[in-house]
Design a protein around this ligand. Structure first.
Ligand code: PMV
Length: 359
């Protein structure tokens, strides 16, 4: 058989930055995060699984990926992790062909859509994993083992998504001191689901702003680990965002209160980059152009809140606005980066299967 899945990327408004040290192996985060599923930026992946011993052939964006390449290592590590939980997966060979549609104007794309499409395709292809196919909670917990942000690209309805952290970092339970049954329950307790469907806030616009195409200097995986270990503010940040900001942001989106949503989103982005600076050695992802956009957005917002920025582990911005302000906000952004570096879209649906295979 051959199975093809298409999965969208997502952009976090409340950020994930760090794994719970006791549950690091299972990529359980220290805190919950929130994101929008993004329309028009996706990965399409076709998988063929045949009885074998875990061999992988991988083709990405029409290029053969060989075992010494880092993309091969990421996919191999992911299959190893999922295979440790479901050993039947190790008795197949996989042929994987994957394509990203990211327009160059969107800048550097995340691994979220890649791992989401891969696990969705595998769940459709391997019959023993069929139980996870229509179970978004289960599938999102598995996508998590590829990259944390992939968890949020799994809910089928897409839209505004929460990734619940599950076990708190203050909880004393560890994989070593609980029963196998409890361990599995805890691993499954960190999953994503849709809170607001894409049609519920049609006025919302999501603008990708390419500042620089260069690959990030400190990879998120390594950066967040150092933050957990060294930032003195880390615990306070986790508690504040988990207990104060999360509920407020969810309500703001449910009520389509753009002013409040925008303020919380910008603060959450600033909080992440403060944690990065407070890491030792410090991590700095924003460059001069990123700061120009931050200042420009605050200027535009004087009087009425019309836009909000957010930044991940790099200098590229994502700016939120409403349809009625889109022209003005794009105009102001174009003055900073040029209009060829803008890609405007909306909230979108989640991943799905298609018969339109890549081979
Ligand atoms: O899923 P990863 O390992 O690529 O980490 C993503 C981290 C951020 O993009 C910076 C924040 C987030 O929540 O997406």
């Amino acid at each position: 058989m051959v199975t093809t899945a298409v999965a969208p990327t997502n952009i976090a408004t409340l950020k994930y930055w760090g794994k719970n040290p006791a549950w690091e192996e299972y990529h359980i985060p220290t805190k919950s995060s929130l994101s929008f599923t993004v329309d028009g930026l996706y990965t399409k992946t076709t998988v063929q699984a045949k009885k074998g011993s875990g061999n992988v052939e991988f083709n990405l964006n029409r290029k053969v990926i060989t075992p010494e390449m880092k993309e091969y290592e990421y996919v191999g590590d992911f299959l190893k992790k999922v295979g440790a939980i479901y050993p039947f997966l190790n008795s197949y060979d996989y042929e994987i062909v994957s394509e990203n549609n990211f327009p160059t104007a969107a800048g550097f794309a995340s691994s979220a859509s890649g791992f989401a499409a891969l696990i969705k395709a595998i769940a459709g292809e391997v019959k023993e994993l069929a139980f996870a196919k229509g179970n978004d909670r289960k599938l999102s917990a598995l996508a998590r083992l590829g990259s944390g942000s992939a968890t949020r690209s799994i809910p089928s309805k897409g839209g505004f998504v929460v990734w619940e952290r599950g076990i708190s970092p203050d909880d004393k339970r560890t994989p070593e001191n609980v029963s196998q049954e409890e361990k599995e329950k805890i691993i499954d307790s960190s999953y994503s689901e849709t809170l607001v469907e894409p049609d519920a806030w049609q006025e919302l616009r999501i603008i990708y702003v390419k500042v620089k195409e260069e690959e990030k200097k400190v990879k998120s995986r390594a950066g967040m680990k150092t933050s957990v270990a060294t930032s003195q503010f880390y615990k306070a940040w986790v508690e504040y965002e988990e207990n104060e900001m999360k509920g407020k942001m969810v309500n703001a989106v449910r009520q389509k209160d753009f002013g409040l949503f925008a303020e919380l989103t910008m603060k959450a982005s600033n909080n992440l980059h403060s944690i990065c600076l407070n890491t030792y050695p410090p991590i700095s992802y924003l460059n001069e152009t990123s700061w120009k956009i931050i200042n420009m957005v605050h200027d535009i917002n004087e009087g009425e809140v019309k836009a909000a920025y957010t930044y991940d582990a790099g200098p590229n911005a994502v700016v939120f606005t409403l349809g009625k302000h889109e022209g003005e906000v794009k105009g102001a952004l174009a003055e900073v980066v040029g209009k060829e570096n803008l890609f405007a879209t909306r909230m979108g649906r989640g991943p799905y299967y298609t018969d339109n295979h890549l081979f």
